[in-house]
Design a protein around this ligand. Structure first.
Ligand code: BG6
Length: 474
């Protein structure tokens, strides 16, 4: 018997900037991600020199063509439908709608593109889960306004929200305001469009930007419900189970502190207020927030309808981290857990951690949960007969889905599961194509070479069965 509820939303997730390509087509402006080079050229380093951007040495930017989803979406959605997808998660590229971010009127060609895409999903019987800001704030808002540190960006964001909330009323049901909103603490550029290279106290700028995002998220929730009472609005964090290195109380406290860094973001979205330890936290970090009259009331009045999170790995925290080996990760890493295997990119594989974190979140907030990213980034080999035997990916997903089922049986309310990168796409962390997550293989390499041909992997057939049996045959 299935542990998953009857109308469970099985599906997959992608993001505009990692899949669409067509970076300067039909009036689209530049996004932050469009000026990040590939891994060879130090994608991470580019965070610290973003203003040099495309004017410098790089001749290849992974997002510019990506997997060409912009042009190929009909065939791609058709293949996802063949697996039986009930929901498709993607994001809207903000600079497709407002090229520089600060225009008064939206770009009609951008709006029409998403209308066609969403209609195509609907025609295939899929619900839509749409991320409003997935790491691709318009470059203009970074360059001219200093990104989310500037309060004016709240208004630009709300103009953007109004345009898409009004336009897609009959097409979209689930919205996420910010992808992995807690990432701002790890990457100011990606998470907040911030230039903090020369800041004396980068945390001051990050937390101020974060406050603006909280206000923006609450006001977007209000606006969405005014426009369409059926809209469901969610927040999202990069989720992880966090374990103490040992049972030494100081290690346990360290893990608790690390966990709070994530829950902080959810507390505000769900409970509508900053947690009780905020004052001390800010004092210790020399942070003083500018909170305008009415802000705290806004946070309190417009909490989210559901809570979304990504889950790839668990992390370990210790009182003394200096002498310990570290694990991999895209935005942050932690201490290696000797009990866990890891992916080729060094991410720790911990299916039980998904059960732990799902239970934790439900115990804490009692809001419907949506697992909106989970998956294994791996190198795939195409055999002579065009098959791809990605049993390692099936193993990873099977164990995670099994633990999610256990969490549901434990009592957590979970409305859906969208595995990450259901069709291969450009990695956010490294810009590589070789780090593949998909059920569908795309013929393209790290240098952007390839035919863009799509192939069904072994996991494609496996996931189709998972969906058809509502998770009982995994
Ligand atoms: C999440 C992001 O952090 O992890 C995605 O929301 C990203 O955009 C995913 O692609 C996997 O990370 P990576 O670095 O392997 O692409």
């Amino acid at each position: 018997m299935s542990k998953f509820p009857e109308h469970f939303l099985w599906g997959g997730a992608i993001a505009a900037n990692q899949s669409e390509g067509a970076y300067n087509v039909d009036g689209k402006g530049l996004s932050l991600v469009d000026i990040l080079p590939d891994a060879k050229h130090g994608r991470r380093e580019a965070e610290y020199h973003p203003r040099q951007g495309m004017q410098t040495v790089y001749d290849f930017y992974p997002s510019h063509d990506s997997i060409g989803f912009y042009y190929n979406y009909k065939e791609d959605i058709q293949m996802l439908a063949e697996m039986g997808f009930k929901v498709f998660r993607t994001s809207i590229s903000w600079p497709r709608i407002f090229p520089n971010g600060d225009e008064a009127e939206p770009n009609e060609a951008g709006l029409q593109y998403y209308q066609d895409l969403f209609q195509c999903c609907k025609d295939h019987g899929m619900e839509l889960l749409v991320t409003i800001n997935h790491f691709d704030t318009p470059f203009g808002l970074f360059d001219k306004y200093g990104g989310w540190a500037n309060r004016q960006v709240i208004d630009f964001f709300l103009n953007y929200c109004r345009a898409i909330f009004e336009r897609y009323q009959d097409l979209v049901k689930y919205w996420i305001t910010f992808n992995e909103i807690n990432v701002i603490l790890h990457s100011g550029y990606i998470g907040g469009a911030l230039d903090i290279e020369n800041e004396a106290n980068p945390l001051q700028v990050k937390y101020q930007a974060m406050h603006h995002q909280f206000v923006a998220s609450s006001l977007a929730t209000k606006l969405a419900h005014e426009i369409n009472a059926d809209y469901q609005i969610g927040c999202m964090i990069a989720g992880a189970a966090i374990y103490p290195y040992s049972c030494k109380p100081a290690d346990v406290w360290k893990a608790k502190t690390a966990e709070r860094q994530n829950y902080f973001f959810l507390d505000i979205h769900a409970r509508g207020k900053y947690p009780s330890y905020t004052e001390k936290l800010f004092r210790e970090q020399n942070v003083s927030l500018q909170i305008e009259a009415g802000d705290l009331e806004i946070l309190e009045q417009y909490p989210v309808d559901f809570m979304a999170f990504s889950y790839y790995a668990s992390y370990v925290a210790a009182d003394d981290e200096s002498d310990k080996e570290r694990s991999g990760g895209n935005m942050f890493s932690a201490i290696k857990n000797p009990y866990l295997p890891e992916s080729e990119w060094g991410w720790q594989i911990d299916p039980l951690g998904l059960r732990i974190v799902t239970n934790d979140l439900y115990d804490r907030y009692q809001l419907p949960l949506f697992v909106v990213e989970n998956g294994l980034g791996a190198n795939d080999t195409v055999e002579a007969d065009d098959t791809i035997n990605d049993q390692y990916r099936i193993d990873y997903l099977r164990e995670h889905i099994r633990e999610l089922g256990n969490a549901i049986e434990d009592g957590a309310e979970v409305i859906g599961y969208t595995s990450w990168g259901c069709i291969d796409l450009v990695s956010a962390g490294t810009g590589e194509m070789a780090k593949r997550y998909g059920y569908i293989y795309v013929d393209r390499d790290n240098n952007g070479e390839g035919t863009q041909k799509r192939l069904r992997k072994q996991s494609f057939h496996w996931y189709k069965k998972v969906i058809a049996t509502n998770g009982s045959d995994i």
